[in-house]
Ligand binder design. Structure first.
Ligand SMILES: Nc1ncnc2c1ncn2[C@@H]1O[C@H](COP(=O)(O)OP(=O)(O)O)[C@@H](O)[C@H]1O
Ligand SMILES: [Mg+2]
Length: 252
């Protein structure tokens, strides 16, 4: 049985212009789990997430993926890692000048040398997984916001990654589309066995999909554990956050 965590972050620190955003952060993401990173706006959630696929590098400390340190790798050496760790960005944009098919096929063409038939089969499979059929020839402009999100998710899982990193996947979406996104996150976890890390301050989403949650505050995780444990935590900041006492400037 595999027991090493998929990601292991150790003593990771990151500052910008003299301001410490992450201060000696330590955490593991276990294989197959959905790990939530919560916290107020500007607390460093996106910065922490981008360390996991080395879009940003630590000032000190390390990130290990599947047993190997990745935080110091060159861009070239990172290419196979990026194939295994997908990311769905905040406001994930599709390529507007490309059809849905070409959008989803993009990472496949970049990383693999598939025949046309195999390419079509993979694109169809991933669109079906996010509940979309017969829209391959449509342009993004013809799609609703929720459908664009689904296509973006299909594109990010096209390479059958082991992990998917989600940055605020429901920001700006109506409750119904948000619920769809939550189901899709669960479906990719269950059907593809992917490990997911979700940055969000959408508590409805977090409660729905999260196996464990981490609360980022002042550069460190004040809390990491299950929802049940979060409910019993005596941490005052976590309590305030869960009670919805948001800062007035916390609306994104
Ligand atoms: N590339 C960057 N250059 C300078 N400052 C940055 C950069 N990325 C993030 N920051 C700063 O780090 C802090 C945390 O940002 P971020 O991780 O985006 O917060 P959030 O929790 O809202 O996702 C913010 O103060 C932001 O301005
Ligand atoms: Mg962010």
């Amino acid at each position: 049985m595999e027991t090493t965590p998929l990601f292991a972050v150790r003593a990771l620190s990151k500052s910008y212009g003299g301001r410490t955003v992450l201060a000696s952060l330590d955490f593991d993401v276990r294989r197959g789990e959905c790990f939530i990173i919560m916290g107020r706006s500007g607390s460093g959630k996106s910065v922490a997430l981008r360390q996991l696929n080395v879009l940003e590098r630590p000032d000190s400390g390390s990130v290990t993926f599947d047993g190997a340190v990745i935080s110091h790798l060159t861009e070239k050496a990172l290419k196979p890692i990026r194939k295994r760790v997908a990311m769905l960005f905040q406001g994930a944009a599709l390529f507007d000048s490309m059809t849905v098919f070409d959008n989803v096929a993009f990472p496949l063409r970049e990383h693999l040398d598939l025949s046309r038939a195999d390419l079509e089969q993979r694109v169809k499979k991933h669109l079906a997984l996010v509940g979309l059929v017969d829209i391959e020839e449509k342009m993004p402009a013809a799609l609703s916001g929720g459908m664009k999100k689904r296509v973006a998710l299909a594109r990010s899982i096209a390479l059958d990654p082991e992990a998917v990193l989600f940055d605020e996947p429901t920001t700006g979406l109506d409750p119904r589309t948000s619920a769809t996104i939550a189901r899709l996150i669960q479906a990719t976890q269950e059907k593809l066995g992917v490990t997911s890390v979700v940055v969000t301050h959408d508590l409805v989403l977090a409660r729905r999909v999260g196996d464990r949650v981490a609360f980022l505050h002042d550069g460190t995780f004040r809390f990491v554990g299950t929802w049940d444990e979060a409910g019993h935590s005596s941490d005052r900041e976590l309590g305030k956050f869960l009670a919805g006492e948001e800062d007035i400037d916390d609306v994104e």
